[in-house]
Design a protein around this ligand. Sequence first.
Ligand SMILES: Nc1ncnc2c1ncn2[C@@H]1O[C@H](COP(=O)(O)OP(=O)(O)OP(=O)(O)O)[C@@H](O)[C@H]1O
Length: 294
Amino acid sequence: MRIEIAGLTKTFRGGVAALDGLDLTVPTGMFGLLGANGAGKTTLMRILAGIARPTAGRVTVGGHDLATTAGRHAVQRGLGYLPQDLGVYPDLTARQFLDYVALLKGLDDPTVRRRRVGELLEVVALTGQANRRLRGFSGGMRQRVGIAQALLADPRLLIVDEPTAGLDPEERIRFRTLLSQFAGDRTVLLSTHIVDDIAQTCREVAVLSRGRLAFRGTVESLTREAAGRVWSLTTAGPPPPDGTVVSALPAAEGGMRYRIVAATAPGPTAQPLEPALEDGYLTVAAPERSALNA
Ligand SMILES: Nc1ncnc2c1ncn2[C@@H]1O[C@H](COP(=O)(O)OP(=O)(O)OP(=O)(O)O)[C@@H](O)[C@H]1O
C-alpha cells in the first residue's frame, strides 16, 4: 500500500507550520520516519490516519484520496494506528480491552471476535496475562496491547508513533521484531527518535526537519551522508565549537574523547572515523547545530 504525499502543509492556529510543503512517497514494507521534537512526525501520522486535516496538499494511500470522505473511509478500513499515548481503560483486562476495540472496529460476530483477540494475544505474547487488568501492566506490556489493538482488523497500513519510547532494551527489541515480522507485504510507518530502531528494522527512511523533508533514501545512504565528516578528537579542553558532538567518553590517556560530525577536521589531531546511521541523521537533520554547543 503505497503512500503518495505532495505539497503537504499543516498550519496550526498561531501560524505554526508543522508541515511545510512536504513531498514524500512511502513504499510497501517497513519505512522509518526520523526527526527531532517538533519536526512534524506526529502531525503527518495524524493526517495519514484521517484524524487531522491538512491545510494544503494532497495525500493518497493505496490510490485513495484522503481529501474525500470515501477515500478516508477506505483508508481507515485498512488502517491500524498506534498513537504516542494510547488511552487504555485500566480496569479492563487485556482481553476485555481488545474485545471492546474489536467491537468498535466492526467485528460483530462474538465467535470471530474471540478467535481474533485470542490470536493477537498470542502474537504479542500476552496470552498468559490476558485476564489481568491493564492497570498493573508495564510500559512494554501496554505497548504490546497497543500493537495488538492496531492489528485487530489485519491492516494493510500500520502507523506507529514512537512505540519504543520508555521501554527497556529487551522490550524494545521484542517490540521492533514484532513490527518487522508483521510488515511483509504491508506498509508499516515507524516514527521514532531512536535511530537504532530504524537501523534494525527499516530499509528506507525519511528525515523530517521543521516540517520539511531533509532526507529520503535507504538506511545505508543516510549513513553515507556523513562519510568524511565523522571524527574522533581527544582533548583536555572543551570540544571545538564547530560540528556536532555525538558522544563524549573519558579517554584512557586523560581528557575526553569526542565523536564529532563536522565538515572539516575539528583539530589537527582529529582522526577520521567510519560513519554510523546516527552520524548520517545528524548530518541531514541538524547540520547547523552542535549537541553540546547549541
Ligand atoms: N494542535 C496543535 N496546535 C498548535 N501547534 C501544534 C499542534 N500540534 C502540533 N503543533 C506544533 O507543530 C509542530 C510539529 O509537532 P509534531 O507533534 O507533529 O512534531 P513531532 O515531530 O511529532 O514531535 P515529537 O517528536 O516531539 O512528538 C510543533 O512545533 C508543535 O508544537
